[in-house]
Design a protein around this ligand. Structure first.
Ligand code: HSE
Length: 336
């Protein structure tokens, strides 16, 4: 399978590392031999139809700051040219999330689909802003759009709901979908101030490049949009979500909740009446009440009751493993 990677930050590089470490296993267990035929970042591109040498690609990024350093004197192509012109089966969209207009990721995705490439997207922007129309465009062009890594990092939250529960009807769900705010709220419970917990979250690399996306609830809202569309079959976008972040949660709110045996969590809720993200008191005995950067979602189904899935919701390698899951799935769906 020929793959184009667009965006080579932490997640893109983790995906390259994962391919390097899993290549024999991927071939033996899944009959799949992915070749990265092109890679683009914001300063350059590297193209090699037989497949790029991934060690060299990672080294170029590390030492020269761009994948354009892979080949001396190579011609500079922009991302849309590469996506459109390079022969490949799959395009991986790994650029940073932009929840204002979804760009440049939305153009990357639409260009890939129009040139009949399947798309694996870990960027929440295009899906949060235009989920229904992107699914339509994928169907129109006869390609697959997969996005496991957008919700839950490596934890298969979307697959759990879509596949494991497909014999039942999910009536509602609620979850902790943002690791950074959960980390901050957990630390506040231990007596740390909001500001010092935020500083810590930034240093540890959990927070988005623009931390307002986390603390104002945009990231959780974007994930809620993706889940509502994919799991519940709704046709909604960011404007349909009522959103309150955690900036007004005080140490005394957290302390008072603890005295009642509860914890304050940034909860995303989807049921027949509402789609919202807001700080909410949750009983400490509830399985959804996880600490630190963990994510947790409880699905309520008509016949099988409630189930909660818990796992690490962020991280380069975790997200890369979700992308690999998508790649294997595309391979199984298209080559069987
Ligand atoms: N900033 C996000 C979080 C990263 O804290 O959950 C994963 O989407």
């Amino acid at each position: 399978m020929r793959v184009v990677i667009v965006g080579f930050g932490v997640v893109g590089q983790s995906f390259a590392k994962l391919l390097l470490s899993r290549s024999a296993d991927l071939y033996n267990r899944h009959g799949i031999k992915p070749r990265i035929v092109a890679c683009v970042d914001n300063s350059g591109s590297a193209i090699a139809p037989p497949g790029l040498d991934l060690k060299r690609l990672l080294e170029a990024k590390k030492t020269k700051g761009t994948v354009g350093g892979y080949e001396k004197g190579s011609t500079k192509f922009d991302s849309l040219q590469v996506i459109d012109k390079v022969d490949a089966e799959v395009m991986l969209e790994c650029t940073p999330t932009n929840l204002n207009d979804g760009e440049p990721a939305t153009s990357h995705i639409t260009t890939a689909m129009r040139s009949h490439k399947h798309v694996i997207c870990v960027n929440k922007g295009p899906l949060a802003l235009a989920f229904p129309s992107l699914i339509e465009l994928a169907n129109y062009n006869g390609v697959m759009l997969r996005f496991s890594g957008t919700v839950g990092g490596g934890t298969p939250i979307l697959e759990f709901a879509k596949r494991c529960l497909k014999g039942d009807r999910i009536t509602s769900f609620q979850g902790i979908l943002n690791g950074t705010t959960n980390y901050i709220l957990s630390k506040m419970e231990q007596g740390r101030t909001y500001d010092s917990a935020m500083k810590d979250a930034k240093e540890k690399g959990y927070a988005e490049a623009n931390p307002s996306l986390d603390v104002d609830g945009f990231d959780a809202a974007a994930k809620l949009v993706i889940m509502a569309n994919w799991v519940m079959g709704m046709k909604v976008t960011m404007k349909d979500i009522q959103r309150t972040g955690i900036v007004n949660v005080t140490l005394s709110d957290v302390k008072n909740a603890a005295e009642r045996g509860n914890a304050v969590k940034l909860l995303a809720v989807c049921d027949s009446r509402q789609l919202h993200v807001a700080p909410t008191e949750v009983a400490k005995t509830d399985p959804i009440c996880v600490d630190g950067t963990l994510n947790a979602v409880t699905f309520s189904s008509e016949h099988s009751g409630q189930q909660t899935i818990i796992g690490r919701g962020a991280g380069g390698m975790e997200t890369a493993s979700a992308m690999l899951r998508d790649l294997i799935e595309i391979r199984e769906a298209t080559f069987s």
